[in-house]
Write a protein that binds this ligand. Structure first.
Ligand SMILES: Nc1ncnc2c1ncn2[C@@H]1O[C@H](COP(=O)(O)OP(=O)(O)OP(=O)(O)O)[C@@H](O)[C@H]1O
Ligand SMILES: [Mg+2]
Length: 365
């Protein structure tokens, strides 16, 4: 289940700098099985302190974190929805991602050209939003044309679709993003096939100058105020610093570097984690002497479905799951000791996996 987060924004705002930092992370995770990489896609590991805790307890041969993909989508400009600056191609790239990291320039630097002449995070954000909205409007209009005919013939599903589509049309035409339209899950089905760009969950990345770390500057604060109104998160990073951090291989050196900038964690890590939870993803672990491993599932998944991420046979032949909580593992140190202390729960098909569960599946093939 590869989660893709697209890096979107105006040209020259720091997207590639950020992406390069991410790609360096990918090189670090090079011992990964099954990662095919396209030139514009970086497969990165999802940072998780719990893996280190498990590693110390279990002392396995290898530790395998879970991964996520970042896609560097080239800069969008005004008119992108009309094909300006290869816009259509880039917009098609956005269609394929699950979440959007919207990079907004918040750094002042006269040497770095801003496409619209001045640093103005809200105006920049609106340019991007408007292009995505126009593209969505195009999708909605096309579907309206199709559905209208069927609706006229009295088809009740088409009538309902039409009603929902018109709501989206009005919403988009008033300059708003599809994600802010309140719709129940049933109604949303009428637009699900369109994969609306502005319906995708978004995180804003405020790219500030390094002297503005750790808390950001006036520009990033403006962005935060805006984002609060959208219930969206803002991650403050300095892309150029992130690139430097990514080049440091020694964790101690990294920690020192971060400390110098008053940071406890790299902006990239924060961004990855934020993207992960934005998509309602959670992690469970398997822990054995051969391998300690993190697995990604969606919040709310039951044990058999979660087991299926490891192997389809695990899902098909699911019998039971043994579940240990991380704090029990930390207290009792081994699986055997956990068992003796009654801290291994035996769960059935209806068990909803909780973030951080350490799972052992029993199955039949
Ligand atoms: N936080 C920052 N502070 C100062 N300069 C920065 C910062 N982030 C990026 N830059 C500089 O901004 C310039 C543009 O960065 P970059 O190439 O990453 O932008 P981009 O968004 O990928 O542009 P494009 O859409 O054209 O590919 C680079 O010279 C980079 O070093
Ligand atoms: Mg670039």
């Amino acid at each position: 289940m590869a989660l893709k987060c697209g890096i979107v924004g105006l040209p020259n705002v720091g997207k590639s700098t950020l992406f390069n930092a991410i790609s360096n992370n990918k090189a670090e995770a090079a011992n990964f099985p099954f990662c095919t990489i396209e030139p514009n896609v970086g497969v990165i590991t999802v940072p998780d302190e719990r893996l280190r805790i498990l590693e110390e307890l279990v002392n396995p041969q290898r530790v395998i974190p879970t991964t996520m993909e970042f896609v560097d989508i080239a800069g969008l400009v005004k008119g992108a929805s009309k094909g300006e600056g290869l816009g259509n191609q880039f917009l098609a790239n956005i269609r394929e991602v699950d979440a959007i990291a919207h990079v907004v320039r918040c750094f002042e630097d006269d040497n770095i050209v801003h496409v619209d002449g001045k640093v103005d995070p809200l105006a920049d954000k609106e340019v991007i939003d408007a292009e995505l909205q126009l593209k969505d409007l195009e999708s909605v209009d096309k579907k309206i044309l199709r559905v209208e005919k069927v609706a006229k013939s009295g088809d009740s599903k088409a009538k309902k679709d039409l009603e929902v589509l018109k709501k989206y049309k009005n919403h988009l035409e008033s300059g708003q993003n599809a994600r802010s339209l309140e719709m129940d899950a049933e109604d949303k089905k009428s637009v699900a096939d369109l994969q609306l760009l502005t319906a995708k969950p978004v995180i804003y990345v405020a790219n500030v100058e390094e002297t503005a770390l750790p808390n950001g500057n006036a520009h990033s604060n403006t962005l935060k105020e805006m984002a609060a109104g959208e219930n969206a998160e803002v991650v403050v990073v300095s892309a150029s610093i992130e690139a430097q951090i990514a080049e440091l291989e020694d964790p101690d050196e990294r920690a020192l570097f971060l400390e110098e900038y008053g940071l406890t964690e790299s902006g990239l890590n924060k961004l990855i984690k934020a993207a992960y939870s934005l998509l309602d993803l959670i992690t469970y672990f398997t822990a054995g002497v051969q391998e300690v491993r993190a697995w990604t599932i969606k919040k709310g998944w039951k044990a058999p479905q979660a087991a299926g991420v490891i192997h389809t046979d695990f899902e098909k032949g699911f019998i039971k799951a043994e579940v240990i909580k991380l704090d029990s593992y930390q207290t009792y140190k081994t699986e055997v000791a956990c068992k003796e202390a009654g801290k291994v729960a035996i769960e059935g098909k209806e068990y909803v996996v909780v973030d951080g569960d350490i799972m052992h599946f029993r199955f039949n093939v």
